[in-house]
Design a binder for this molecule. Structure first.
Ligand SMILES: Nc1ncnc2c1ncn2[C@@H]1O[C@H](COP(=O)(O)OP(=O)(O)O)[C@@H](O)[C@H]1O
Ligand SMILES: [Mg+2]
Length: 482
């Protein structure tokens, strides 16, 4: 058989039959195989001699033969051999395959209903397709089962956000709409409350930083509003620049933050209250000790002295009286010291600067550490709360130096800059470690910070190994209303 396709091109059909990579099979109306090519024999793992004149189904595993026969009968009854179909089959030898069949009736044959089938092994292709489908399903399920809402839209020309092209179930849920309704929504409205200026800034930053985290509020169906933190990032989607928005519901976090802030404020107020009560108590005790005890001792001293004057001639008793007088003097001095330790009277009577000067002198006398003070020339008109806070911060700082720093010098600086009072206490000691600074047991340092915070100020503690420590307290202050 040598058909001619053109004048100078002809070929032998036997070559097509023998060389075809696809299997070719011809079956008669009873479903018996009348011819197969070598590729067919290879596909089904059987020599031609075991195939010819056999029913087509013997090539399949006994378990699926009845199913295949049934299908074939139905096709014939409809006089419709499916022209093309993909079939998953188990061959007679148990091998599992995917075949693609292309069937056609051979009308020109002498016998009616001869069916020509081209058979191709598509197992690899099918397996890849199935694997791809599975991974797509897994990705979908992952995408839909995250607790974060996810949206994707294209970034057109690197300048404007296109409509949504992808979103997960959580996204629909949070916006209270179907996926199709969501695709109709404008991302500008959803994330940026229609604010053109915001979106321009956002796209500019996204182009340079590739990822931006921002807060927004998403509106649902019944105007319910969900505060969200949105993690947005630029990525390639279908080979086009696109933006992925991952929105996390932060309502609960906000709630906890608010509660935490409330608690912190309450604790701070409580601490402030306790501190002022403590100061008041100290002031009262200091005054009582100073006035009551001091006066009683003075009266005692006078009476002892009068008594001793009345004694004549007895030197032993006289000297005893003298030593009692001396003891009373010492007691008066102690009482004064204890009283001013509790709360320096100077602070209430003359103000912060004299109190600092007195405390510095007393500190130098006691510790031998050299102190240099740079204080304003004139007294600052401060309310008692602020002067007490600054004085206590100052006291804690210098005593910390004496206790921990192994320093030889302290510089004390108090100045007024732009409606702020700045107190700096700098030593040349060994420095504080970061751990000590953040240790919750460092109650002295915590007290310093809290005192400043209560007054709307702040404290910075700078320190480096062997390079000393500087405590800098900043307290808001204005001359007009203290
Ligand atoms: N000026 C300083 N120099 C070196 N170490 C310091 C200084 N001030 C504080 N520290 C360190 O920080 C720790 C915490 O200080 P503080 O809160 O005042 O607690 P306390 O003085 O009761 O130990 C101290 O134990 C000490 O180790
Ligand atoms: Mg301390």
């Amino acid at each position: 058989m040598t058909p001619s396709l053109s004048e100078n091109f002809s070929f032998d059909l036997n070559d097509v039959w023998n060389e075809s990579a696809d299997g070719i099979r011809i079956t008669n109306s009873e479903g018996n195989i009348v011819a197969v090519n070598p590729a067919f024999c290879q596909l089904f793992d059987k020599p031609e001699s075991e195939i010819i004149n056999k029913p087509f189904y013997i090539l399949y595993h006994p378990n699926i033969q009845s199913e295949i026969i049934q299908e074939y009968k139905e096709d014939l009854a409809r006089n419709n051999v499916k022209t093309q179909l993909e079939r998953k089959a188990v061959l007679w030898n148990g091998r599992k395959v995917w075949f693609e069949f292309t069937n056609s009736f051979l009308k020109s044959s002498s016998e009616n209903n001869l069916v020509l089938s081209l058979v191709r092994d598509i197992s690899d292709k099918k397996e890849n397709e199935l694997r791809l489908e599975k991974s797509e399903r897994q990705y979908r399920s992952l995408f839909n089962n995250t607790s974060d809402a996810m949206f994707v839209c294209y970034l057109n020309y690197g300048k404007t956000l296109g409509s949504f092209v992808e979103a997960n179930e959580k996204a629909c849920q949070i916006l209270g709409c179907s996926i199709n309704e969501l695709f109709q929504k404008n991302p500008l409205r959803v994330f940026f409350d229609n604010r053109e200026d915001e979106i321009l800034k956002f796209i500019d930053r996204l182009n340079s930083d590739k990822t931006i985290i921002f807060n927004s509020v998403l509106s649902g169906k019944n105007n319910d509003r969900t505060p969200v933190e949105i993690n947005s990032r630029l990525f390639d989607y279908n080979e086009r620049p696109a933006v992925l928005f991952i929105s996390r519901d932060i309502a609960e976090r906000r709630d906890i933050e608010d509660k935490l802030k409330q608690r912190t404020d309450q604790l701070r107020n409580l601490a402030s209250k306790l501190q002022s009560i403590r100061e008041e108590e100290r002031k009262m005790i200091s005054r009582e000790i100073h006035d009551e005890l001091g006066q009683m001792l003075t009266v005692l001293k006078i009476q002892i002295s009068l008594l001793s004057n009345k004694i004549t001639g007895n030197d032993l008793i006289k000297s005893k009286f003298k030593s009692v007088e001396k003891l009373i003097d010492n007691s008066i001095e102690s009482v004064q010291k204890i009283a001013s330790k509790l709360r320096p009277g100077l602070l209430d009577e003359l103000g912060l600067i004299p109190a600092i000067e007195w405390q510095t002198q007393d500190f130098m006398d006691k510790t031998g550490i050299d102190c240099e003070c740079a204080l304003p020339k004139e007294e600052i008109d401060l309310d008692q709360e602020k002067s007490t806070a600054l004085f206590r911060i100052f006291q804690e700082s210098i005593y910390n130096t004496a206790r921990h720093a192994n320093a030889s010098k302290i510089l004390i600086n108090l100045r007024e800059v732009n409606n702020q009072l700045i107190l700096e206490v700098a030593d040349n000691g060994k420095g504080i470690t970061q751990n000590q600074l953040s240790d919750p047991k460092s109650l002295g340092l915590l007290g310093i910070k809290e005192r400043a915070l209560i007054l709307g100020g702040s404290v910075e503690i700078k320190s480096s190994m062997n390079n000393g420590t500087t405590v800098k307290a900043i307290i808001p202050f204005s001359k007009s209303n203290k």
